[in-house]
Unconditional design. Structure first.
Ligand code: ADP
Length: 600
């Protein structure tokens, strides 16, 4: 896409031979689409797999062949090993790309694939295993002289261990689930009095989510930046780092915006982190693309973990290096050596990735907003790339990750890239679901972001999203809102053409069935303001109940936590009073509009 390519290239020794003949993509959404595109450019046939809900999804439509898995939920479909293995067999694919999430970091799946003589496009299962739990990952890094946040590699069996650690290192302390992930199973201990509670709750969460209750501790950094290094390692012992990415704009320990290179970082630190990442990769026999994550604070960097897969945010590295990482993954997996060395890697300009999720960021709540995309127009122009998983008419299902797509922008420097991203976001048009775009605009337009003084806590602790509202053209309705349809027309005023958009109330007849359902769901989700019958706004699982019969609650107080679309959502009391009924327990499945708590 860009001429500022820093790496040699074009002379792959394997150019004349076939890398693979057919790749099955064991994933869905934007990453499946991303992999299909790279395969097509390389002349490799593609195979999609799909759940019942994804029968007409973009990745299913784009692939050369597609095989049904059946089922709706991830467990019934994209996590059904037998169904996927059967599709591999039937399609005669000779390689499998796992994308990210699902089975991408599952050593058993990688083994099941390779046992059939099919190539797994990723690292060896042994490396996945080493990096699979936080303690062995930490030990693996320490063996090559790379250190994590000050902490221990012993499991906590006695609160006294935490007390002793506190005396030596001070507070706050993070208690972390050894088998945790996705920001879960981590509790912060502010002082000595909170130790017992934190241990208990970290263990409870770890057991609930990961069926393992081992926990350990490390110092909790109060304002770190999240900086990660992209690594590529081939099967001939060559490994390089492709610069870093800054992913400090997060909510709930999940990334919102990523950029490359990381601003305000000295070249010394940059190369020290790169060398540390390569050492960690080589130390565990790693091959293929991987990412080593660090927390950076006060000039020091601390190893966090290694992600043994392609990351969501890999495109920012592609734009500043000129390398197609998926192509590199296929070449490495087929046994080709890297055709460039560390000295060839040049970083050109600046890239920013904005994740566009179907979430309503109003008030900082980031409430999932599944539904049908009624219309979608993505921006273009110089330096603009969109990696999407959906088109207009497609449905964002509540069962899967709600990432609609990623807007990835290149500029010759950070300032240009920020301005270009804001321009492109202003051009982005999507109707039917609420998106994170208003929050992304608030972040990119903030002076703290411009100065790059933000930490991983900044979005939640400093950024004010109280005024942020969803797009007016979004047909995601709230109580008392009327569904509107957008009409675009052009008018001439004084000989000049102006584009005009109008939002016209839709008549009941013209509302699509999907929109009608959505209206009903959202209206019911509102639960009748102040009725005391607290309902959940969408289908999901109750993660936690925070009140009991007889408790006094205030309006707006969280009464239970609903897990839906891979996120936890606080369900709040709609009036003040006494809890008279608790109709759910943790683990219960609930549907949109179900009453969970009654307040009198
Ligand atoms: P997970 O595997 O659940 O994603 P990580 O260990 O990778 O957990 O951490 C995820 C995020 O949690 C980090 O990006 C950071 O924001 C925060 N975090 C983790 N450990 C610490 C720590 N010791 N101090 C401060 N923040 C932390």
């Amino acid at each position: 896409m860009f001429s500022l390519v820093g790496v040699r290239g074009g002379s792959h020794p394997g150019d004349d031979r076939e890398v693979f003949s057919k790749v099955l993509i064991a994933n869905r959404g934007e990453i499946a689409v991303r992999v299909i595109r790279a395969c097509r450019e390389m002349g490799v046939a593609t195979v999609a797999i799909y759940s019942d809900l994804d029968r007409d999804a973009l990745h299913t439509r784009l692939a050369d062949e597609a095989y049904p898995l059946g089922g709706q939920t991830a467990a019934e479909s994209y996590l059904d090993t037998e169904a996927i293995l059967s599709a591999i067999e039937r399609s005669k694919a000779d390689a499998v790309h796992p994308g990210y999430g699902f089975f991408s970091e599952n050593a058993n799946f990688a083994r099941a694939v390779t046992d059939r003589g099919v190539t797994f496009i990723g690292p060896p299962p042994e490396a996945i295993e080493v990096m699979g739990d936080k303690i062995s990952a930490r030990l693996a890094a320490e063996r090559v002289g790379v250190h994590g946040v000050p902490g221990t590699t012993d499991f906590i069996t006695d609160p006294e261990q935490v007390r002793t650690f506190g005396i030596e290192h001070g507070y706050p302390i993070a208690i972390k689930a050894a088998y945790g992930g996705g920001g879960r199973g981590m509790k912060v201990v502010a002082d000595e009095t909170a130790i017992e509670d934190a241990i208990e709750s970290a263990q409870r969460e770890a057991t609930a989510y990961f069926a393992r209750d081992e926990i350990y501790m490390e110092k909790y950094l109060t304002a770190p930046r999240h900086i990660e290094i992209q690594v590529l390692a081939d099967t001939h012992g060559n490994a390089v780092y492709l610069g870093e990415r800054d992913c400090s704009a997060q909510r709930r320990h999940q990334k919102l915006i990523e950029e490359a290179p990381a601003p305000n970082l000295s070249d010394e630190v940059r190369s020290a982190m790169g060398e540390a990442a390569v050492a960690v990769a080589l130390g565990c026999g790693y091959t293929n693309a991987g990412t080593v994550e660090f927390l950076y604070e006060d000039g020091d960097f601390h190893y966090l973990e290694m992600n043994t897969r392609l990351q969501v945010e890999h495109p920012v590295t592609e734009l500043v290096t000129g390398l197609d990482l998926v192509e590199q993954q296929l070449r490495i997996a087929s046994g080709e050596p890297l055709d460039f060395t560390q000295g060839d890697v040049r970083i050109s300009g600046h890239a920013i990735e904005v994740r566009i999720n179907a979430e309503d960021p109003a008030g900082g709540a980031f409430l999932p907003s599944p539904g049908r995309i009624d219309s979608l127009r993505v921006p273009d122009g110089f330096g603009v790339r969109f990696d999407g998983g959906y088109e207009a008419g497609d449905e964002i299902s509540q069962y899967y990750d709600n990432l609609i797509g990623k807007l990835v922008i290149w500029g010759r420097n950070r300032d240009v890239a920020i301005r270009r991203t804001l321009r492109a976001l202003a051009d982005f048009e999507i109707c039917g679901v609420a998106t994170t775009i208003p929050a992304d605009i608030a972040i990119l337009g903030h002076p703290d972001f411009a100065a790059a003084t933000h930490s991983t806590k900044w979005v939640e602790e400093t950024l004010d999203l109280s005024d942020v509202s969803t797009d007016p053209d979004s047909s995601t309705t709230r109580d008392n809102e009327v569904l509107t349809a957008r009409r675009d027309i052009s008018v001439e005023v004084d000989g000049r053409r102006f584009a005009v958009s109008m939002w016209i109330p839709e008549s009941a007849e013209s509302v699509s069935p999907a929109a009608r359902t959505r209206t009903k769901r959202t209206l019911r989700g509102g639960g009748g303001s102040g009725s005391g019958r607290v309902t959940v706004p969408m289908q999901g699982t109750i993660a936690k109940v925070l009140v009991a019969v007889g408790d006094q609650v205030d309006t707006g107080e969280t009464v239970c936590v609903l897990e839906a679309m891979k996120m936890e959502n606080n369900v709040a009391a709609d009036k003040a009073g006494t809890v008279s009924e608790v109709l759910v327990v943790a683990g219960d499945s609930v549907g949109a509009g179900d009453v969970v708590i009654v307040i009198e």
